[in-house]
Design a protein around this ligand. Structure first.
Ligand SMILES: [Ca+2]
Ligand SMILES: [Ca+2]
Ligand SMILES: [Ca+2]
Length: 240
């Protein structure tokens, strides 16, 4: 068993994507600031996308960290019916095959019905347009998002006759869970969504690490730094 955390998988989806993913679709954030350089796995709708890893070193805990891209008009907790079709709830989930559900929560990219996801009660939202007081367990749209309106996706609301507006959010998520099998399947999924042109999602900056014991976040940062130092030392050694 490794004495400390070991990163066993990383993918920024900027290059070729292997068969470890059940769907290898790639999209490019349309914001011209990125000039086609911000690629991610997606876009996906009401489906399950799986990451399968085999031959993991002996471990007791696994940590998965990634960026979740939520695109266009996610309706969060809104169950209003439009033409007989409920707007939501729009739910995004992550589960371990044969294991626990790590996250199952609603997300809103602006719909004032709000969302169930918040990294902690009272966490800030980068969407400053909505400050309503919601029932317990309901949070402002985009609560806890690391980025709002950055990817460059736009949406024109046909129901409320709103003009075209930027509409997307990015959440940086991390989960540590007890897991000791050499095989791991993570299931990323969504439900309640309308079509891809209305609501979709994607993944970026995927990292999976294993450790003998749960590792606090601060140690992860320290560990990453150590990995970098080792890399530099090796390159120097080769240059000599
Ligand atoms: Ca990327
Ligand atoms: Ca919608
Ligand atoms: Ca919806």
């Amino acid at each position: 068993m490794p004495a400390s955390a070991a990163t066993v998988y990383t993918n920024d989806f900027q290059g070729t994507i292997g068969s470890e993913w059940s769907d290898t679709s790639v999209a490019s954030a349309p914001n011209p600031d990125y000039a086609g350089t911000r690629l991610f796995l997606g876009e996906f709708g009401n489906e399950t996308v799986s990451l399968s890893l085999n031959g993991l070193p002996a471990h007791g805990f696994t940590t998965v960290s990634f960026s979740l891209y939520l695109i266009r008009s996610w309706d969060g907790n809104d169950t209003t019916q439009v033409n007989g079709d409920p707007l939501g709830p729009d739910t995004w989930s992550l589960g371990v095959a044969g294991g626990s559900t790590l996250l199952s929560a609603t997300f809103s990219n602006g719909n004032p019905a709000g969302q169930s996801y918040a990294p902690s009660p009272g966490a800030p939202s980068c969407n400053t347009g909505y400050n309503a007081v919601y029932p317990a367990g309901t949070y402002n749209p985009m609560t806890g998002a690391a980025e709002c309106y950055s990817l460059g996706y736009t949406f024109t609301d046909p129901v409320n006759n709103r003009p075209e507006e930027w509409m997307d959010s990015v959440y940086n998520l991390s989960f540590t869970f007890a897991h000791n099998s050499s095989d791991l399947v993570l299931n990323f999924s969504a439900s309640g969504l309308q079509g891809l042109a209305d609501e979709s999602w994607g993944l970026d900056n995927m990292q999976v690490a294993v450790a003998p014991v749960p590792v606090p976040p601060a140690v992860w940062l320290f560990g990453s730094g150590l990995l970098g130092l080792v890399g530099i030392a090796r390159r120097k050694a080769r240059a000599l």
